[in-house]
Every structure is written in structure tokens, then in C-alpha cells.
Write a protein that binds this ligand. Structure first.
Ligand code: NAD
Length: 428
């Protein structure tokens, strides 16, 4: 899977390159990551045994600023996979015009098998091993799948312990009490909502006439489901890894979220499955069925590679908003384009998370704490500007929204690389 993902990412870049006057230096620099490290992360388990996990950090490109990207805890994390995710972060930060490059990290672990104390020891041990590669001016991690604000809090604390000084700007997505930003926990969904809202308005569609299916009921998916329902959309299906729930009349998202909260295992992860919810005003369907429902909008908010050559022809949604990174493969995108399905790329749809992470870093560096209204207003403005830039390039060049998003990002990265000094600069 990792090799395919990287191949897809390169295809997106090749396509975008046709619309950018790229310098030779930019082509050369964007071919491979700047840094990929693998570390051994030893953890004393509750049993007294010492277990070693594989940890990674990848910095793809830092022309525009220090690396930025999440840390993932997953049993399938590997270096190729993280390189692709770091590549996407490079383009996402550039698209949002943030002063960052792209990075990503992770630990190969099934975190739900660890006790809370083992998880804390793992998180601190990971920071011990990567401390020389991260920092507020070097590379700034954040949460990703199966990591959250509790884990970011432990990591920030460990980094400050190593440096013997308070360094909140090393990590974003921290608890507010430790210098985190208000709204960071809802930022990805809030940004995705703005993108959906802007795009539908431009297409003269009304929320109340729009049905939505969302795959994934985690940090991003559950909050987006609730915001869409509050905005008047009919959210007819949502899912988690165990299955999906569907109601043609629209689901009661609040009840499903309350059920999830009540089944929080130890405050770090949730031990629940949506289909067990007592409120049975829904039908149970599979995750595959959710992806091919007859809805207006489909929002995959779980994993990569969910819509592939195998199921693309069965997709009936008119628009797909990629809340997850890379849920639609490049070959599936071609099939969907042929069917007239519009795909709005993850580097735009889910960019609210990294944008509020940037606001958190700015607050940490300035010693400020912004009100929610300030964060919300700035996020809204940045998201709307990015949507209009992407729509404008897509229309002007007559290309897909995905290629247009890469073009906007690539033009910025290229200009920065040229400003650093390129071969043309030295030869003239
Ligand atoms: P999360 O861990 O909070 O939630 C993931 C959800 O996906 C859970 O409901 C889980 O049950 C579900 N899931 C897992 N495997 C599944 C499967 N095979 N089929 C259906 N559902 C499955 O993660 P999150 O933070 O909500 O992130 C979701 C996606 O959004 C990821 O791809 C992540 O990289 C991306 N993203 C998240 C953020 C953020 O700030 N949270 C920012 C940018 C991108």
C-alpha cells in the first residue's frame, strides 16, 4: 500500500508540474525527503519487561519553514507511508501559505493494547529518541491517527524536561492548559465545514437539500457530522472501523456522540462501536455500503485508500470531500472524473487542523492566548481564501480541483526555492 500511495503522490505532482514553470532545483529537491530517521523506542511494560518499538520521523521539504506534521500510532506505520504523508504535509502547508515545510512521524504500535502508563512511557521514550530532530524552529509535531492532546501534552512536557526550559512551541495540539489553542480539537472539522459550505454555495446548492455520508467517526468525522447537521444538512450515514449506521431521514448525531463519550475507556481512547448505540433509529450497514450510498456528498474521514479501482464505479455521490489524507486513489479519481464526480482534495479539506496548529505555535512564541472568536475568524478567512485560490486556478486552467490545489502549492514552493538561490540565479 505504501508504495502505491507514494506513486499516487508523485502522479499528483507530475500533473501539477505541467502548469508551473518549475526550476530545476525545485524538481530535484522535491524528489525525495530531506531526512528520514528510524529509532528504537524502548518501553518498560507494566509486567516489568522491556519492549522495543520502531519509531520514525520524516522531514520532506523545509524550503518554506520548519517541518510540520503529525505523529501516528498504528501497527502499519512504516517509513514509505510516512514519506507520503510528509509529502502531503509539504503541499498542504504551502497551499495554506503557512511558513512551514512538511513532516510526519509515527510509532509502529497498536496503542489500544497498551495501558495508560505504558502509553505515556512510550510517548516520552519516542521524544527522547527524536529530540535532536524536532524543535520550534526545526520540526513541529502534532496529533494524527491514534494520538491526541493527552499524548501531545506528555510529549511537550518530555521535550521541555530534556531541554531544561519550557518549550511549548515544539508541539501543537496540546491541551489548552499546557499552551494549546482553543478550537484545535475541532479545527479540522471546522475547516472542512467551511470548504463544504463555500463550494456548495458556489454551486447554488442548499444544505437542506443535501444528503451526506461520512466514513469515520473520530476527531474529524464526528465533529464534522455534528456541524453539518447543525448547519441544516441531512447526515444519513456515519461509520467507525466496526461498521456503519444509516437512516434515510437523517441520523441523530448528538445521541451517537454522547454514546461515544460515555464509552470512553480511560480518557485516551474510546472503547465503543457505533452499531451498539441504544438509540436504534438506524439501519446497520457495512463500511463498503456507506461508500456507495446514493447521497449528494461523501466525506471519507478515516483512512487512506478507501475508494479504489475496485469500488469507484459504484460510487453514487456527486462530490467527495476528502477529510482523510488520500482516501481516493489516483486510478479511482480518474474513474470518478469520468462519472462526473467532483473530488475536493484532502490537502484543502482537512487543512483546518494544521492551520490552527500554526495559530497555536504563534501564540506559544508570542506568549499569547487568543479567544475562540479570534481563532475562528482567522481560520475562516484562511480557509475561504484557499478555496477561492483553488477554484480560480481550476477554472482558469480547466483542471481538477486536486491538480489546482497542487498547482497553487507548487507555485509557492517553487518561488521559495528560487528565492533561496537556484542554479539560474548562480549562472546569471
Ligand atoms: P481518529 O483516530 O480520531 O478517528 C478515526 C476514525 O476512523 C475512527 O472513528 C475509527 O473507528 C475510524 N476507522 C478506522 N478504521 C476504519 C475503517 N477501516 N473503516 C471505517 N472507519 C474506520 O482520527 P482523526 O483525527 O479523525 O483522523 C481521521 C483522518 O483525518 C485521518 O486520515 C487523518 O490523517 C486525517 N486528518 C486528521 C486531522 C486532525 O486534526 N484530526 C487533520 C488532518 C487530517
Amino acid at each position: 500500500m505504501s508504495a502505491e500511495l507514494l506513486e499516487d503522490a508523485r502522479r499528483a505532482l507530475d500533473e501539477a508540474s505541467k502548469f508551473v514553470d518549475l526550476s530545476e532545483d525545485a524538481v530535484e529537491q522535491l524528489k525525495r525527503p530531506e531526512l528520514s530517521v528510524k529509532v528504537s523506542v524502548p518501553v518498560r511494560m507494566d509486567s516489568g519487561e522491556l519492549t522495543t518499538f520502531a519509531g520514525y520521523r520524516v522531514r520532506y521539504n523545509t524550503a518554506m519553514g520548519p517541518g510540520k506534521g503529525g505523529i501516528r500510532y498504528h501497527s502499519e506505520v512504516d517509513i514509505d507511508h510516512l514519506q507520503t504523508l510528509a509529502f502531503w504535509m509539504t503541499f498542504k502547508c504551502a497551499l495554506m501559505n503557512l511558513p512551514y515545510g512538511g513532516a510526519k512521524g509515527g510509532v509502529q504500535v497498536d496503542p489500544k493494547r497498551l495501558s495508560r502508563l505504558e502509553l505515556e512511557r512510550l510517548s516520552r521514550a519516542y521524544i527522547n529518541k527524536v529530540a535532536d530532530f524536532i524543535g520550534p524552529d526545526r520540526d513541529i509535531p502534532a496529533p494524527d491517527m491514534y494520538t491526541n492532546e493527552i499524548i501531545m501534552g506528555w510529549m511537550a512536557d518530555q521535550f521541555s524536561t530534556i531541554k531544561r526550559s519550557f518549550v511549548p512551541g515544539v508541539i501543537t495540539g496540546k491541551p489548552v492548559a499546557l499552551g494549546g489553542s482553543v478550537l484545535r480539537d475541532r479545527a479540522t472539522a471546522t475547516g472542512a465545514y467551511v470548504v463544504i459550505d463555500e463550494m456548495l454555495r458556489a454551486r447554488e446548492r442548499r444544505p437542506e437539500d443535501t444528503t451526506v455520508a461520512i466514513q469515520g467517526f473520530g476527531n474529524a468525522g464526528a465533529e464534522l457530522a455534528e456541524q453539518l447537521q447543525n448547519g441544516g444538512y441531512q447526515v444519513v450515514a456515519v461509520s467507525d472501523s466496526k461498521g456503519a449506521v444509516y437512516s434515510a431521514q437523517g441520523l441523530d448525531i448528538k445521541t451517537l456522540r454522547d454514546f461515544k463519550e460515555k464509552n470512553s475507556s480511560d480518557g485516551v481512547y474510546h472503547a465503543y462501536q457505533l452499531t451498539d448505540c441504544e438509540d436504534k433509529n438506524f439501519e446497520q450497514i457495512s463500511n463498503q455500503e456507506l461508500l456507495t450510498l446514493d447521497v449528494d456528498l461523501l466525506a471519507p474521514a478515516a483512512l487512506e485508500n478507501q475508494i479504489t479501482e475496485e469500488n469507484a464505479e459504484e460510487v453514487r455521490a456527486e462530490m467527495i470531500f476528502e477529510v482523510a489524507n488520500g482516501p481516493v486513489t489516483a486510478s479511482a479519481s480518474e474513474i470518478l472524473a469520468g462519472q462526473g464526480v467532483e473530488i475536493v482534495p484532502g490537502i484543502l479539506v482537512n487543512a483546518g487542523g494544521v492551520t490552527v496548529s500554526y495559530f497555536e505555535w504563534v501564540q506559544n512564541r508570542r506568549g499569547e492566548r487568543w479567544e475562540e472568536s479570534q481563532v475562528r475568524e482567522r481560520l475562516d478567512k484562511k480557509m475561504r481564501r484557499a478555496v477561492s485560490e483553488v477554484e480560480e486556478v481550476a477554472q482558469k486552467e480547466d483542471i481538477s480541483l486536486t491538480t489546482a490545489a497542487y498547482v497553487v502549492a507548487l507555485r509557492r514552493i517553487n518561488a521559495t526555492i528560487e528565492a533561496h538561490g537556484t542554479v539560474d540565479y548562480y549562472q546569471s
